[in-house]
Design a protein around this ligand. Structure first.
Ligand code: IVH
Length: 668
């Protein structure tokens, strides 16, 4: 144990670091360190605070649950506090937990329930008279964010009504998560659009449920395992509650076990470890709970967690392999990220041959070198991490990896971003980046310029014929004749394909600009809303967020893109070259337009139209789109997982239509 003067320096340091990681995890749903490292920091702090209580004054992250509350959501108090759990990686500590309970209940025969610990996002559902009325995040444990709309929209497997008899009021707690399949689907779409990939399903779940503009077609799942308030009090045991969850036809744990003592509980935990990779959700441990609610109440809780339950966490799966070489990956925005190429190895059920190395500092901190034997780990994330080097196995002639020298040797002109750990291609003159941008600009989901594929772009750049997309519009047939495999006819074809791209839809141009985080769908939504590129460029952050499907991150990134001189110059040159920047002015709807004078409310997810597209069609047909249902609403256009608006429409007798009758109505 450290001495007091050391501890007086270390405690504030630890508090700050942990608070920062809490922020990252709970509010932004992202991670910088592994679970186990985080837990170790927290434990170190708890031990120091216990040893030197005089240094432990003021609020400490060891005694609070994290806080996921985010601006923009209504706050709702939980009827019963949502606590978090103490956790341990050691069997001995698990046995201590049991010993502590046996001291409280010396005469007791303690039965436990052993459950999988799901690595998702905690949520509390309230059902009143059997009907779902609210879904709230844990928040700070006392109050959380009202995410009812997103839960209704994003979790199609959650029943709106409990089957059979139900208490008049009940809070049911559980975990939101995303399946691997859905996670892969979203990431491969993003890969196609050259957007940054999400790190793991948990972060994406947290991010999705906290989107102000709805879940954007992402599908989440839920599993329910916990009881909060309940009127009248109906249950005596956790196992009884599990049975009820099943009987109400709510999604429940795939498996849980009863154990009559800690030895049995330990056996169940080991069993769980052999089964859990086949579950549809990520599990990172087991939760051991006293089965009897009366004993739970008697055991009570500390400031942060109950004494009647503990989480035993499984160490993340690790494997040793050879790091064959370090290479870099260049993102669309020019970020240069180091990647480890590994000798393929089996890990958590998949073959792993690449791992992220994050950045230069991470390589230096862990002293990772090509030729090293490394330990790789995969916890919830899809992309594995290099945890550490097995220095015993390091070749004698090994040298520390010099990132700057490596980039130089590969002729990558990059610079370290001031104050940050990552590198970015220098200026925007790097040929690799220029090529990337041109390819993106010409690609199918952007301006879709025929015959302007990879090989042609490479030649245009290497021969100095084009540096920016605007240069494409100055190319002449003669210029192209010098390219490989180009003759008169093919040159003419390319020039006319480029020419034709001037008149493509405006959203394609917006997508083609390569604004970070703006893919094809966002571009469509933005143009459906603003109708022109100049209007989009003028939009304030607030105006951007008003667009359905556009969140804060995207808004910020659009805003800073159009503030960048170089980008502005590019956009202006494109405008000068006559690219279309305004949607054809919608003819003012005629008096007898199909929806003239009608108000339409959209709810749920439509099979083929995004919200913005549907809104644009409503307006084009002379109608007005509104966000709330009232007696004055003429139609409710309802899609999948429509929630309370649909209920209200039914109550008020408003005509409900689906996408196909809507299309018919407006003559599309
Ligand atoms: S019981 C007071 N059971 O893990 C009891 N929690 O680290 C609190 N979790 O906040 C929860 N699976 O979000 C419980 N089978 C399970 C769980 C579980 C996952 C989460 C939950 C909790 C966190 C605690």
């Amino acid at each position: 144990m450290m001495d007091k003067s050391e501890a007086s320096r270390r405690i504030p340091q630890l508090r700050e670091t942990i608070t920062r990681h809490d922020e990252l995890y709970y509010r932004q749903g992202s991670l910088e360190i592994e679970d186990q490292q985080y837990d170790a920091l927290k434990r170190e702090l708890a031990e120091l605070e216990a040893a030197y209580p005089e240094l432990a004054e003021g609020p400490s992250p060891t005694e609070r649950v994290g806080d996921d509350r985010t601006e923009g959501f209504a706050k709702v108090k939980h009827r019963e506090r949502m606590m978090s759990l103490d956790n341990t990686y050691s069997e001995a500590e698990l046995r201590e937990f049991d010993a502590r309970l046996l001291r409280i209940f010396p005469e007791g025969k303690l039965s436990y329930v052993v459950e999988p610990k799901i690595d998702g996002v905690a949520v509390c559902l309230t059902y009143e008279n059997g009907k779902l009325v609210r879904a709230v995040t844990r928040g700070n444990g006392v109050e959380g964010d009202d995410v009812t709309a997103n839960v209704r929209e994003g979790v199609p497997n959650l029943p709106d009504r409990l089957a059979g008899d139900a208490p008049s009021l009940i809070e049911i707690r559980g975990e939101l998560y995303m399946t691997h399949a859905e996670f892969q689907r979203i990431n491969s779409e993003r890969e196609e659009k050259q957007l940054p990939l999400f790190a793991n399903p948990r972060n994406l779940t947290a991010g999705t449920i906290k989107q102000l503009a709805g879940v954007g077609g992402r599908r989440l799942e839920i599993v329910l395992y916990g009881l909060g308030a309940c009127e009248p009090r109906t249950f005596a045991r956790q196992s009884e509650f599990h049975d009820a969850v099943k009987a109400w036809k709510l999604p429940t744990l795939e498996k849980y076990w009863m154990a009559e003592n800690i030895d049995e509980a330990w056996k169940r935990i080991e069993k769980l470890d052999t089964l859990r990779h086949d579950f549809t959700y990520e599990t990172d441990g087991a939760v051991i709970k006293l089965d009897d609610f009366a004993l739970q109440a008697e055991a009570g809780a500390t400031a942060k967690s109950p004494r009647w339950a503990i989480a035993y966490k499984f160490a993340a799966e690790q494997a040793e392999t050879l790091l064959e070489k370090i290479d870099v990956q260049i993102g669309r925005t020019g970020a240069v990220t180091p990647v480890a190429h590994l000798q393929p190895v089996q890990l958590a059920g998949t073959t792993v041959s690449r791992a992220t190395l994050h950045n230069e500092d991470e390589i230096a901190r862990k002293d990772i070198r090509p030729g090293d034997t490394v330990v790789v780990q995969k916890a919830g994330e899809i992309i594995p991490q290099v945890l550490r080097v097995v220095t015993d196995k390091r070749p004698a002639d090994s040298q520390p990896f010099d990132f700057a020298a490596f980039l130089k040797q590969k002729n990558i002109e990059a610079e370290r971003v001031p104050g940050q750990a990552f590198w970015r291609l220098k200026g925007r003159d790097d040929p690799a980046l220029i090529r990337r941008k041109l390819k993106h600009f010409a690609s199918k989901p952007c301006l879709d310029i025929e015959n302007l594929g990879e090989a042609v772009v490479d030649q245009l750049v290497s021969r100095g014929l084009a540096r920016t997309p605007a240069d494409l519009y100055t190319l002449k047939v003669e210029d192209l004749l010098e390219l490989d495999k180009f003759a008169q006819k093919s040159s003419e074809n390319l020039v006319s394909a480029i020419d034709a791209s001037r008149d493509k839809e405006v959203w394609r141009l917006v997508h083609a600009l390569g604004i970070p985080n703006v893919g094809a769908q966002s571009a469509k939504d933005l143009i459906a809303h603003f109708h022109s590129l100049p209007a989009l460029m003028r939009a304030t952050g607030e105006e951007l967020i008003e667009v359905d499907g556009i969140g804060e991150i995207v808004a910020r990134s659009i805003h800073s893109f159009f503030k960048d001189e170089e980008q502005l110059e590019l956009v202006n040159r494109l405008i000068e070259h006559g690219l279309r920047i305004e949607e054809e002015a919608p003819a003012a709807p005629a008096e007898d337009a199909p929806l003239s004078g009608k108000t339409v409310v959209l709810t749920g997810t439509l099979p083929s139209l995004s919200r913005s597209e549907a809104t644009a069609l409503i307006e084009k047909a002379g109608g007005k789109s509104s966000s709330s249902v009232s007696k004055k609403t003429d139609y409710v256009l309802a899609g999948d997982s429509a929630g309370s608006k649909l209920d209200k429409a039914r109550k008020l007798g408003v005509t409900i239509i689906d996408e196909s009758s809507f299309r018919e109505m407006i003559g599309e």
